[in-house]
Design a protein around this ligand. Structure first.
Ligand code: SF4
Ligand code: ZN
Length: 293
């Protein structure tokens, strides 16, 4: 239940006014940054900014953090080439970066890969898999080029809970160790941080609306990753019946992550034989996916 000035938070059984809700949200953001030592003073933080609610709220909150801590911010805006959707959200992203006085770099998939996601959607089935891998590679490359110490990504609690369940259901538990930070360090790999992982998606949307941020709440037309969508809907149903379930998954994940990290302690990083980017295998996922064009 979201109106413009009040919101009901089921897992604490409380209706909050704007001021209480802002404080509640910002507190969790600052706590997460502190608890996982995500950001240190004087670091340069690259922020993946799409113009959607998550990354826009992330940039807005990092700007708040900048008032408490001397850090540099630089937004990276990636144009995947999705007609009628990304063109709108890119305008929002630029508007927000300019409003917050944050420098930004804009790069398109076409510039780098000579393909847009619209082209890939015509040829391939797993559009989101291609898009995710290509975006990850590009964000890391740009973050490295601008000498960023960290790359901040707007993943929220719902994304985390869905990813944890998907990895367990696919019997890929080792992937859980990569959710918050990389398993192995590499100079070529800019550590990714996710300061919103304790904030549910619904609250991020409410925060963006209440703060009047220029965001597009429309979903991407290719959002049809069937498995993730099924998990998302089921999880939302369970959360409605048992408020706080997503937080419980988060806490279980923290416990499992420690165990898995121990398991991976001696793992070494490889570098892709084709493009030289860090990879857990001989050929990185991006080259495997794009190699058959
Ligand atoms: Fe890319 Fe899929 Fe996200 Fe659309 S929904 S932006 S295609 S990953
Ligand atoms: Zn490669």
């Amino acid at each position: 239940m979201v109106d413009l000035h009040r919101i009901y938070i089921p897992y604490v059984k409380k209706v909050m006014n704007e001021r209480e809700f802002f404080k509640f949200t910002e507190k969790r953001f600052f706590q997460t940054v502190r608890q996982f030592s995500m950001i240190k003073a004087k670091e340069k933080i690259a922020v993946g900014l799409s113009g959607g609610k998550d990354s826009s709220v992330l940039l807005y909150l990092l700007k708040k953090l900048q008032k408490k801590m001397p850090i540099k911010l630089h937004a990276i805006i990636v144009d995947e080439g999705i007609k009628g959707y990304r063109d709108k959200s890119i305008k929002n992203a630029i508007k927000l970066a300019e409003k917050l006085e944050v420098d930004y770099t804009l790069k398109s998939f076409y510039d780098i890969y000579k393909k847009t996601i619209d082209d890939i959607a015509e040829e391939k089935m797993r559009t989101c898999t291609y898009c995710g891998v290509m975006r990850r590679t590009l964000l890391n490359k740009i973050a490295r080029e601008i000498n960023a110490n960290k790359l901040a990504i707007g993943h929220n609690l719902d994304d985390l809970a869905q990813t944890v369940l998907m990895n367990i259901m696919r019997n890929e538990p080792l992937r859980l160790a990569r959710i918050i930070s990389p398993i192995v360090e590499s100079k070529l790999f800019i550590p990714r941080i996710k300061p919103l992982i304790r904030i549910p998606e619904r609250e991020i949307a409410a925060y963006a609306v209440m703060k009047n941020l220029p965001v597009d709440l429309e979903p991407c037309p290719y959002t049809q990753n069937a498995f993730r969508n099924i998990i998302k809907h089921k999880l939302n149903e369970i959360e409605e019946q048992y408020p706080g379930t997503k937080f419980k998954i988060f806490n279980s994940f923290l416990f499992l992550e420690k165990l898995i990290r121990k398991e991976n302690k001696n793992k070494k990083i490889n570098y892709c034989k084709i493009c030289g980017e860090p990879s857990s295998e001989e050929i990185c996922m991006k080259c495997k996916l794009l190699g058959d064009f």
